[in-house]
Design a protein around this ligand. Structure first.
Ligand code: PLP
Length: 393
């Protein structure tokens, strides 16, 4: 007899991106495939780190403390001073990238039955994690008609005193590209403070901005868990490294939780990031970030232009940051069917809006501009337009 799968995993809906990921696995080597689907940076990590990688790998041995190397925690706290944070190493937990950061924050804060306010559309991991932690997702829906802005009155109404434990905010946002402005940050912070809620602030893209800049929740440290990663900012998702910052009590709880999950964060990657953050490498680091943002900005502009030219029926808001356009094509009844047939017939990969919590008949789609160059982005949009012409719902 085979063992049964746990009820929490059996009842968990598989990520809607899974089907497309399975197909992409097969199509991966096909040169005709145009990838506007995933969020993987196509750029390499900084050369000055890659040059050191072999030596660092050879000289790394064993585990380290669950919270990560003191030297790295200390350096991150120092770097964050420049952003207006007053932190010490006790406020920093090194993680195996934001995915571990999100999961350990949930484990450390959320009790069964707690309500977690989630702004839709949202990054795919959140609804699943809320379910896995037996919490209740309380939705705030945004859409193209309000430029994906958060209605603060609605947020106030959705707070259920004593039951609402946290609000998840992503800025710059995946999938909408929205950056929270100062006023929104302050309003969310005040509501969290007043109601004893945690702000789970997903800052995976905080350096990837094109218009405006990332606004920190630094006035709300008692309530904040900031979640950061080097996957996007150093183009290194393969290194699985990031950090959470929070007050000491929450950090200590997260250290306890991670002891049983990961033992410690990736030792080799930590050493690469120590190198990345060294003061003597500041100029190289800043030049690298500039190069990343400029490269993606060009692609972002190219995608916007191509959408206007070839897909005039699509509504969209130009992203202020992150890697994506979240477009709406009116008249689509089933977004997943559209995505699947587009991939089969035109070999263009995009992701349906329902993967991010939209209804499948709202016609939303996420298009990434970081995986392909300007020419291929234009080619991809043209193919979507051709496909749409003959598309039957
Ligand atoms: N958070 C957001 C908003 C993301 O878009 C992603 C990845 O795409 C992650 C977290 C997870 O990133 P990682 O675990 O590679 O740091």
């Amino acid at each position: 007899m085979k063992p049964t799968i746990s009820s929490s995993i059996s009842s968990l809906k598989a990520s809607p991106i899974r089907e497309i990921a399975t197909k992409l696995e097969i199509l991966k080597e096909d040169p005709e495939l145009i990838g506007l689907g995933g969020g993987e940076p196509s750029l390499d990590p900084p050369d000055f780190l890659l040059e050191k990688a072999g030596e660092i790998l050879k000289n790394s041995k064993g585990y380290c403390a669950t919270a990560g190397f003191k030297k790295l925690r200390q350096r991150i706290a120092e770097c964050m001073k420049e952003e207006g944070f007053e932190l010490t190493l006790e406020n920093i937990l090194i993680t195996n990238a934001a995915s571990n950061g999100i999961s350990v924050a949930f484990k450390s804060l959320i009790n069964p039955g707690d309500e977690v306010i989630t702004i839709l559309p949202t990054y795919v991991a959140y609804p699943g994690l809320i379910q896995l932690n037996n919490a209740k997702m309380v939705e705030i829906r945004t859409g193209i008609e309000n430029n994906f802005r958060i209605d603060i009155d609605e947020l106030n109404e959705k707070v259920n005193k004593g039951k609402t434990k946290a609000i998840i905010v992503i800025s710059p946002d995946n999938p909408t590209g929205r950056i929270l402005n100062k006023k929104e940050v302050r309003a969310i912070g005040e509501i969290a403070k007043e109601n004893g809620m945690a702000i789970l602030s997903d800052e995976a893209y905080y350096l990837i901005t094109y218009n405006g800049k990332f606004e920190p929740f630094n006035e709300f440290m008692d309530n904040l868990v900031g979640i950061r990663s080097f996957s996007k900012t150093a183009s290194a998702p393969q290194w699985r490294i990031g950090y959470n910052y929070a007050n000491k009590d929450i950090i200590d709880a997260m250290i306890k939780a991670n002891q049983y999950d990961i033992i410690c964060p990736n030792v080799v990657s930590q050493k690469l990031i120590i190198e990345f953050l060294k003061e003597e490498n500041r100029a190289k680091r800043e030049a690298y970030t500039k190069y990343v943002v400029e490269t993606y900005k060009k692609r972002m502009e190219a995608m916007g232009k191509s959408l206007e030219e070839h897909l005039p029926e699509a509504d969209f808001v130009k992203p202020d940051g992150a890697f994506y356009y979240f477009v709406r094509i009116p008249g689509i009844k089933d977004d997943a069917k559209f995505v699947s047939e587009l991939l089969d017939t035109k070999k263009v990969a995009i992701v349906q809006g329902s993967a991010f919590g939209m209804r499948k008949d709202e016609g939303y789609f996420r298009l990434t501009f970081v995986s392909e160059n300007e020419e291929r982005i234009n080619e991809g949009i043209k193919k979507i337009a051709e496909f749409l012409k003959n598309y039957k719902n």
